[in-house]
Write a protein that binds this ligand. Structure first.
Ligand SMILES: [Zn+2]
Ligand SMILES: [Zn+2]
Length: 74
């Protein structure tokens, strides 16, 4: 008597590298548009004053909105 043990071909979760951030998980900060600084009024000489972006803390990058920083998308 033959026992048929069929292997179930379960489709593995295919994770692909996020094409938006190219696998870095990072995207330019949306608040400062990747500049790292945002304008915050003017100084005493009437020149625009820049402060470190509060969204990225001056790092210029934020979490990729496509993969949520996971670097891969399913
Ligand atoms: Zn991404
Ligand atoms: Zn920023």
């Amino acid at each position: 008597m033959n026992m048929h043990t069929r292997k179930r071909t379960k489709t593995p979760e295919v994770k692909r590298q996020c094409h938006r951030c190219h696998g870095s998980g990072l995207a330019p900060c949306r608040i400062c548009a990747g500049r790292g600084k945002v304008m915050s009024g003017k100084d005493l000489n009437g020149m625009p004053k820049f402060i470190n972006c509060t969204g990225c803390m001056g790092r210029k990058t934020g979490r990729c909105p496509k993969c949520n920083g996971e670097r891969f998308v399913i």
